[in-house]
Design a protein around this ligand. Structure first.
Ligand SMILES: [Zn+2]
Length: 265
C-alpha cells in the first residue's frame, strides 16, 4: 500500500509546478505592458530558437484577446505625445525586423486596426539575419526599405536596434555611440522622422548607465530591455521591461503575462 503522505507530497509538488509555470498567484502589476515578439510564423527546419516563433493562429488569438479585453495598442511616439489619451495601452513590439512581420503580422495588425513597433537592425534591411550563428538559426530575409515605408504609412512605428546587432556592453564608447546614435540618424533619413524608441540587442547593456546616457544623448525617448515585467518609464525610460511572448505560450499564459507582468522564460 502507498502511504497517504506520498499522495500529499505528489499533490504539493505538482501544485508547485503549476504555479511556477503560471503566475496566477501574483497580484496584477502596475505599469505599461510592452509585448516582445520576434518572428510570426512557423519555424523553418533547422531553427533551434523555436520559442521566438509565434504561429499566425496564435498571434491572431492574441490580437482577439487584446480587442475583447479593451487593450489599445499604441506607439511610443503616441505615448510620448499624450499618454492620457489611452486608458488601457499596450505596446506590441517586434525585434530585428523580419520579413515575416510584414507577411504574417502586418495583415492582422491592419485587420484589427492595431499599432505596433518594429526595432530594425539597420545594416540588415533588405538582407538577412547575418548576426545569428547559423547553427542556431537559419538565414531568413529581413524587411526591405519599401516594406518598411508601407508599414509606416499604415501606422507601424520603427525604432532602432543598432546597425549590426552587437553586444553593446562589449563595445567602447566610440563604437557604442556609432551603433546607437548613428543608427538613429540613418533611420531618420529612411523614415523621414527620427525614431523615438531604441531596443538593446540581446538586452545586453540594458543595465549600464554608460549606455543609458548615450541613448539619451542620441535623442531617443525610451529604450526597451528584455527584463521581464511591465514597463515603468517614470522610473527609468532607458531600460523598459517587456513581456516575452513565447511561441509555446497558450492564451492563459498570455492573459497572466499581461495582467501579472511576468512571463515564463
Ligand atoms: Zn534582436
Amino acid at each position: 500500500m502507498i502511504p497517504a503522505g506520498f499522495w500529499w507530497g505528489a499533490a504539493a509538488l505538482s501544485a508547485l509546478g503549476v504555479s511556477a509555470r503560471w503566475n496566477w498567484w501574483r497580484p496584477a502589476a502596475e505599469g505599461l505592458p510592452v509585448l516582445m515578439y520576434h518572428k510570426v510564423g512557423d519555424p523553418p527546419p533547422g531553427s533551434r530558437l523555436k520559442k521566438l516563433w509565434v504561429s499566425v493562429a496564435k498571434f491572431r488569438r492574441q490580437m482577439e484577446y487584446l480587442k475583447t479585453h479593451g487593450y489599445q495598442p499604441a506607439t511610443f511616439a503616441e505615448l510620448a505625445e499624450d499618454p492620457a489619451r489611452f486608458s488601457r495601452p499596450v505596446v506590441l513590439s517586434f525585434d530585428d525586423g523580419y520579413l515575416n512581420n510584414y507577411q504574417n503580422a502586418f495583415p492582422l495588425l491592419r485587420e484589427f486596426g492595431f499599432r505596433a513597433v518594429v526595432f530594425l537592425v539597420v545594416d540588415a534591411i533588405g538582407k538577412d539575419n547575418f548576426w545569428h550563428d547559423p547553427r542556431n538559426e537559419v538565414r531568413i530575409p529581413m524587411l526591405s526599405r519599401e516594406q518598411i515605408l508601407e508599414m509606416q504609412a499604415a501606422g507601424v512605428e520603427f525604432g532602432s536596434h543598432t546597425f549590426s546587432h552587437p553586444r553593446l556592453s562589449r563595445l567602447d564608447d566610440a563604437a557604442a555611440r556609432r551603433e546607437i546614435i548613428e543608427s538613429r540618424r540613418a533611420l531618420e533619413v529612411l523614415l523621414g522622422r527620427a525614431p523615438v524608441p531604441f531596443a538593446y540587442p540581446y538586452g545586453d547593456g540594458q543595465d549600464e548607465p554608460r549606455l543609458w546616457k548615450i541613448v539619451e544623448e542620441a535623442g531617443y525617448r525610451w529604450a526597451c530591455a528584455i527584463h521581464q515585467g511591465k514597463a515603468r518609464p517614470e522610473k527609468n525610460p532607458y531600460s523598459l521591461r517587456r513581456i516575452f511572448v513565447r511561441g509555446d505560450d497558450g492564451l492563459w499564459d498570455f492573459h497572466l503575462n499581461l495582467t501579472r507582468g511576468r512571463a515564463r522564460f
